[in-house]
Design a protein around this ligand. Structure first.
Ligand SMILES: C[S@@+](CC[C@H](N)C(=O)[O-])C[C@H]1O[C@@H](n2cnc3c(N)ncnc32)[C@H](O)[C@@H]1O
Length: 298
């Protein structure tokens, strides 16, 4: 059965100008479809999709076409234009959510030694508020890692006012993050001293899953937030983690975002970015103090 299909596809491609691979696709997907979806991704999420991301867009958005019972990307574009709510599902579909516990663990060593311990052991400054932002938190491994490090250093009964704000544009991953349930295999990178903060789910009945305990969960607030839109908070952060997020943005979006991060970090506070990210022309208010670790000048 497969042979005639490819033959048909070859005949079709000869007349349509599509490559055979494109012609055997389940859904019709033209240049105009790609350009229009890439423009939406840029406008609404800041995500820059170069031509090399064409197959990625096709694969990820195809799920939406199947779910909606559509047969061509042109139909999907019309559907998007007429149904504002679909934009959220579209952004969820195209965002890349790869993450893990203690990813780039040197950041958490730095955070513990240079941010948390000085805060906990120093004179109680101001109102004792300590704020961390995990911006682009995906399925939650990053904010739960931050919470583990904090929880271990905060003395029991401490009256410090500690919060981790964990945000993402993708509502699906945020729902998973808030649930805090992970397969045992996700904990390979978690140092033994932090494993006590994850408990067998449903009292062990949920076999291979572990659940974030209330001890660390209570430190985190999860919110949907699009980084390229206005931010609805005024307080400043002791540390911001925005790792492996700006990698998807173009330079203009990235540098506008860095300016905004600087304004939202306390003087002397820290910004952690992803391993493959760097700032072209370091901002005058930032000092590079470690591997992809920056400090706002005091
Ligand atoms: C690769 S994950 C990084 C997760 C985590 N920070 C880490 O380093 O492991 C990138 C996350 O950025 C989010 N993201 C992309 N564009 C965004 C935007 N405009 N606003 C907020 N989050 C965004 C994606 O939904 C995704 O969950």
């Amino acid at each position: 059965m497969a042979v005639p299909r490819v033959k048909e596809a070859s005949a079709a491609s000869a007349t349509s100008g599509l490559t055979t691979a494109e012609a055997v696709r389940e859904f019709a997907f033209s240049d105009a479809d790609f350009r229009s979806l890439a423009q939406l991704a840029r406008e609404h999420a800041g995500i820059a999709l170069s031509d090399s991301k064409r197959n990625l867009v096709y694969t990820r958005v195809s799920r939406r076409l199947r779910a909606l019972g559509l047969t061509a990307f042109k139909q999907y574009r019309n559907y998007l234009a007429q149904n504002e709510a679909e934009l959220e599902s579209f952004i969820n579909a195209i965002s890349t959510n790869l993450t893990k516990f203690f990813r780039e663990s040197h950041h958490f060593d730095h955070f513990r030694n240079h941010v948390v311990i000085p805060f906990v052991s120093g004179p109680r400054s101001g109102d004792g508020r300590f704020r961390v932002w995990s911006a682009g938190c995906s399925t939650g491994e990053e904010p739960y890692t931050i919470a583990c490090v904090l929880k271990r250093e905060i003395p029991a009964g401490s009256r410090h006012d500690i919060r981790i704000l964990a945000t993402d544009i993708d509502s699906d991953v945020l729902a998973r993050a808030a649930r805090g349930l992970y397969p045992v295999s996700a904990f390979d990178n978690v140092p033994r001293i932090y494993r006590e903060y994850f408990k067998p789910a449903s009292g062990g009945r949920d076999g291979d899953n572990l659940m974030a305990s209330e001890d660390i969960r209570s430190l985190i607030v999860f919110r949907r937030l699009n980084l390229i839109e206005p931010w609805p908070f005024r307080g400043k952060f002791d540390a911001v983690f925005c790792r492996n997020v700006m990698i998807y943005f173009d330079n203009a979006t990235k540098s506008a975002l860095i300016d905004r991060f600087i304004q939202t970090i306390k003087p002397g506070g820290f910004l952690y970015i992803g391993h493959s990210e760097s700032f072209h022309g370091l901002h005058p208010e930032l000092q590079l103090v470690g591997r992809t670790t920056y400090r706002r000048k005091p």
